[in-house]
Ligand binder design. Structure first.
Ligand SMILES: [Zn+2]
Length: 137
């Protein structure tokens, strides 16, 4: 891969929410969050009530291209999924992805249940919450 490093490209740095060290983007797919129904669209997309009901009548879900979940890596804490929000000034605000965020992505991971195609995120969540599932089964 050619290393085209432009002086004008501003690389935004992200810090680990646990140890505050720098963490690295893994180039994972971006899992965009979507909103369902009038109330969610109005709140999530910052619309007027009128616009939100119009949109909700047009389609059942609406993807927000400025909010997504992406994989990061911290040397101390390993794999971390962050929810990123790109504001109007193009700066990205990152915070830890929560279970509610995953429910809004097209990936629809359910961290409450073990699933055969579960990602490491799910496994990590399961480890943190319960040890009920058994990989050897
Ligand atoms: Zn860390």
């Amino acid at each position: 891969m050619p290393n085209k490093r432009s002086r004008h490209t501003k690389t935004q740095k992200f810090n680990c929410p646990y140890c505050k060290e720098r963490m690295w983007r893994m180039g994972s797919p971006k899992y965009y969050l979507f909103y369902q129904g009038k109330m969610e669209m109005q709140k999530g997309l910052n619309l007027t009530s009128k616009k939100a009901s119009f949109l909700a009548n047009q389609r059942s879900t609406c993807v927000d291209n400025n909010i997504w979940i992406e994989e990061f890596f911290c040397e101390n804490d390993g794999q971390i999924w962050m929810r990123l929000y790109r504001g109007e000034d193009k700066n990205i605000i990152a915070c830890l992805a929560k279970a509610e965020d995953w429910k809004r992505t097209t990936k629809t991971i359910d961290p409450e249940r073990y699933h055969p195609s579960a990602s490491e995120f799910t496994l990590k969540m399961s480890r943190n919450t319960s040890r009920s599932f058994n990989l050897s089964q």
